[in-house]
Design a protein around this ligand. Structure first.
Ligand SMILES: *Cc1c(COP(=O)(O)O)cnc(C)c1O
Length: 428
């Protein structure tokens, strides 16, 4: 495939935007080459500036779960825009989407809308700290909760007690309040809780990890985490920015039948516009300003265009009782097909999948935490990525990213993809 115009556009962009992109993973640093500039998209397909068609397995990192330019969302946004795009005053549609979200998601009474997943997670831990009067939080290595300071902490050697920042600009002062645990390792979390008695406000987790490839929680891990939190008066925060309105109407809480204390949303909830949200029971949410003392605000929060897109998306997902099963079936079909193609070509791999989230790791053995995820062969992944791209298939440009399927994918698209994997595997 030819990417002449994309390359030229990228060169222009690099002059005025750092790295040519407004979010780092778009820059293809993990795989080499220059990013593809999108001209438009419809259903399961992206069309780039050079006229190539790509089957999209990223779907804007999740939001386009019903396909690109999904008509009910587009129409809702267009109609709203004609009536004004922002007021800085309350509008009825904010209540409508809040009512719908509260009806779909277990164990929440109130929800506050923000503009991104980052804001949602950042606000959720402030609320948890304000509610409990404690400072420390526990997060898991390899889990991503947006780019706010408290979360940009990763495990270095011996860093399981005090976090070390992994971005310049994050102060030691902030980092020391973020404790790191290993995903799927309840003993590790217990030890941290023991060592920091009555100091931990919350444990924040991606209930299905999606930012180190897709990593499912081991059987009873979330249940044990919930019990541990409960018996130590620690709030359990589910970051469902990826999993919310994707794995089930009620997200991972519904799928695993675990009630979290605070839940964060993003991605699907905005239908492709910038929306995040966090939600909890009344006793917790009532601590938030203007009802309570924990401050949180946003000039464009609850923006009418964003709410119109989100409401149209959630309405569609709520009405269609079969959509999550259909998505899971398609993903399972893809899983089997890719698995067979890689086995047939003797390529060492592990595939993880939950619902419509799937990732291929080029290594043998179970992938269940950050350490095992990091073992994947990145050179193989690079070759695989560019090979697939050449076949007209767009997967995430990093081996640490999950693929997100859209219901707009047909079984012909899936077969086309599996055939491509078979072909590309021969060059791995
Ligand atoms: C994408 C993501 C975020 C951050 O959301 P943004 O909208 O990019 O700020 C937070 N948590 C998880 C689990 C995510 O996948």
């Amino acid at each position: 495939m030819i990417y002449k115009r994309s390359s030229a556009l990228f060169a222009e962009a690099e002059k005025v935007i750092p790295g040519g992109v407004n979010s780092p993973v778009r820059a293809f640093k993990g795989v080499g080459g220059t990013p593809i500039f999108v001209k438009e998209a419809k259903g399961a397909y992206l069309y780039d500036e050079d006229g190539n068609r790509l089957i999209d397995y990223i779907n804007s990192w999740g939001p386009m779960i019903l396909g690109h330019a999904y008509e009910p969302v587009v129409n809702a946004v267009v109609e709203k825009a004609k009536k004004g795009t922002s007021f800085g005053m309350p509008t009825e549609i904010e209540t409508k989407i809040a009512e719908l979200a509260v009806s779909m998601v277990p164990n929440i009474d109130k929800i506050r809308f923000v503009n991104s997943g980052t804001e949602a997670c950042m606000s959720a831990i402030r609320l948890a700290r304000g509610f409990t009067g404690r400072d420390k939080i526990i997060k898991f290595a390899g889990c991503y909760h947006g780019h706010s300071d408290s979360f940009l902490i990763q495990a270095g050697s011996g860093a399981s007690t005090f976090g070390t920042p992994n971005s310049p600009g994050v102060t030691q002062g902030t980092a020391k309040d973020t404790l790191l645990a290993n995903y799927n390792d309840i003993k590790n979390v217990k030890a941290l809780v023991e060592a920091n008695k009555n100091e931990i406000a919350c444990v924040i987790i991606e209930p299905v990890a999606g930012n180190m490839g897709c990593i499912p929680p081991k059987k009873d891990f979330l249940k044990a985490l919930k019990e541990l939190c409960e018996s130590n008066n620690i709030l359990l925060v589910f970051d469902e920015v990826m999993t919310g309105f994707r794995l089930a109407k009620g997200g991972a809480q519904e799928l695993y039948r675990i009630d979290a204390d605070i839940v964060c949303f993003g991605k699907v909830i905005g239908g492709g516009l910038p929306v995040g949200a966090f939600a909890a029971r009344n006793e917790i949410m009532n601590h938030l300003a203007p009802l309570g003392p924990v401050y949180q605000a946003g000039t464009l929060s609850g923006n009418p265009l964003a709410m119109a897109a989100g409401l149209a998306m959630l309405t569609a997902l709520n009405r269609d009782t079969d959509v999550f099963n259909r998505l899971a079936d398609k993903t399972e079909y893809l899983h089997r097909g890719i698995n067979k193609a890689l086995i047939d070509n003797n390529i060492t791999h592990t595939i993880n999948r939950v619902g419509s989230m799937i990732s291929v790791h080029f290594d043998e053995g179970e992938v269940y935490d950050f350490t095992t995820a990091a073992k994947g062969n990145n050179d193989t992944f690079k070759t695989f990525f560019h090979g697939m791209l050449n076949e007209g298939i767009y997967i995430a440009p990093s081996s640490f990213e999950t693929w997100f399927l859209t219901d707009a994918l047909s079984y012909e698209d899936l077969d086309f993809t599996i055939t491509a994997v078979n072909k590309v595997a021969k060059s791995l």
